[in-house]
Design a protein around this ligand. Structure first.
Ligand code: URP
Ligand code: ZN
Ligand code: ZN
Length: 460
């Protein structure tokens, strides 16, 4: 064996027990109360949880957006992810105008190859639907990309209309793919944005005021209704508010296959952040925007009830100096997005487990197992089991942390969580059977992350 992890406590989405874990050739080869076979290295996990590596299915690395490019590429972004205990990401390949899906996928493959330090997959965002593009969808699924995203916002750029969403849903159902939607009513937002700007209201807070929660609720309900007409499942990305959660809950209560994620920023940050002095509010310009604090409790309830199944980051970092300031005189020119890939497990563990909102199993489920199951990665990833990839985190539930832009590995000059303190830190991170993080040191190599061909997704 390459490694024997001893003295630890395995935690999966369903179990918690003391056992050793043997690793060879990138896989978990043995789990037993005591493993006696020799190993090249013994890792002592006393006092640590052995959990499956985190899976972040919503990231935007090296993404051209809003007249600039997100500040983390596949090297810096995946190193930051690894420091935070994430061992797989699924990033978005965005279809440009006139681009085939094949070319879109190849473009993003090239961005990741030779750079990623952890495993990765892609969703394809279909932004320009034609018959030719539709015809390519089964081929994308066969290439290991069984999920497509549709934007109902960003009018004039990424947004598609309801007819196109309906066609994507129909074709995805046939091909074995899951459709994800960014649910905000882009037509209404466009009017509100232009009205505010015409009135000279240009500060960051108008980003939030031009994207009301009702517009998210409406688009969520519409997306779900269109999925029902197509007889297809649907997944709502970055759900931020009660108005949207109500629509998800209503559909799920009726037995429809509707799934949704939220992100740490919607549980921990709020509209108040847009009112920070100077231009600081720009740090929080993301879509959907941060909401009134009353939504925090609602979202936690949605997580506890299972109506929200996944915690992802929507990591889309832009520097405060040099990128966010493109919108100093016009909130609509502030590139949308914020960093978070590094801090998801730490923040969520502290808020969920230490504050006794959820148990340990549910924590693992939300950050790893459920995303693996929904997006065609399970059981290769998302659990601790013989035969699964040896993507593991030795997690110290007691270790304290304090988040700061000065110490983070994300390639960006701020964090929305500056000064946040808590307990729960990844001590050792193993990706495909190799230790890549140990005691705050990166031991991996750019390019060692592999493209993971995901399985077709069939949800009834
Ligand atoms: O503001 C955000 N969320 N930026 C990334 C693109 C998206 O909408 O997911
Ligand atoms: Zn989005
Ligand atoms: Zn996103």
């Amino acid at each position: 064996m390459d490694y024997n992890i001893v003295n630890g406590t395995i935690v999966t989405a369903t179990d918690k027990y003391r056992a050793d874990v043997g690793i060879a050739n990138g896989k978990i080869v043995k789990i037993a109360r005591k493993i006696k076979e020799p190993a090249m290295e013994v890792l002592d996990a006393k006092g640590l949880y052995i959990i499956p590596g985190g899976i972040d299915i919503h990231t935007h690395l090296d993404m051209p957006f809003g007249g600039t490019v997100s500040a983390d590429d596949f090297e810096t972004g995946t190193i930051a992810a690894a420091f935070g205990g994430t061992t797989t990401i699924v990033d978005f390949a965005i279809q440009g105008k006139g681009m085939t899906l094949k070319r879109t996928l190849n473009t993003w493959m090239k961005k990741a190859k030779g750079k990623a330090v952890i495993d990765y997959g892609f969703h394809i965002a279909i932004c320009h639907l034609t018959d030719k593009v539709m015809a390519e969808m089964p081929e994308m699924v066969a290439s290991g990309v069984p999920s497509f995203k549709c934007f109902l916002a960003y009018k004039g750029a990424l947004m598609i209309d309801d007819g196109a969403l309906y066609r994507v849903l129909l074709e995805s159902k046939k091909a074995g793919a899951l459709v994800m939607i960014h649910a905000e009513n882009g037509d209404i937002l466009d009017v509100l944005i232009n009205d505010f700007l015409a009135q000279g209201k240009t500060e960051p807070k108008y980003h939030a005021l031009s994207r009301p929660p009702e517009a998210e609720g409406e688009a969520t309900g519409r997306g779900i209704a269109i999925a029902q007409m197509a007889g297809a499942p649907i997944y709502i990305v970055h759900l931020s508010c009660k108005e949207a959660l109500d629509k998800v809950q209503e559909a799920r209560d009726q037995g429809y296959p509707v799934f949704a994620e939220t992100c740490p920023q919607y549980l921990l940050r709020s509209y108040q952040n847009y009112l920070e002095p100077g231009f600081n509010g720009a740090k929080y310009v993301m879509s959907p925007p941060l909401r009134d604090k009353s939504n925090w409790k609602v979202l936690w309830k949605g997580i506890a009830s299972g109506d929200l199944q996944v915690i992802s980051t929507d990591h889309c970092p832009f520097n405060f100096k040099g990128q966010k300031d493109m919108g100093k005189k016009n909130f609509a020119a502030i590139p949308n997005g914020a960093p978070g890939i590094e801090h998801r497990l730490m923040l969520f563990f502290h808020e969920a487990v230490n504050k006794r909102r959820l148990n340990l199993n549910r924590f693992v489920d939300l950050v790893s197992t459920a995303p693996a199951k929904l997006f065609g990665l399970f059981p290769q990833k998302g659990t601790v089991a013989v035969g699964s990839d040896a993507d593991l985190v030795l997690f110290d539930p007691k270790a304290p942390y304090k988040i700061s832009a000065r110490t983070q590995h994300q390639n960006v000059d701020y964090t929305p969580y500056e000064g946040f303190k808590g307990r729960g830190v990844p001590r050792v991170v193993i990706s495909q059977g190799k230790v890549i993080i140990k005691e705050k040191k990166f031991l991996g190599r750019p390019g060692q992350g592999k493209f993971i061909k995901r399985k077709p997704i069939k949800i009834k």
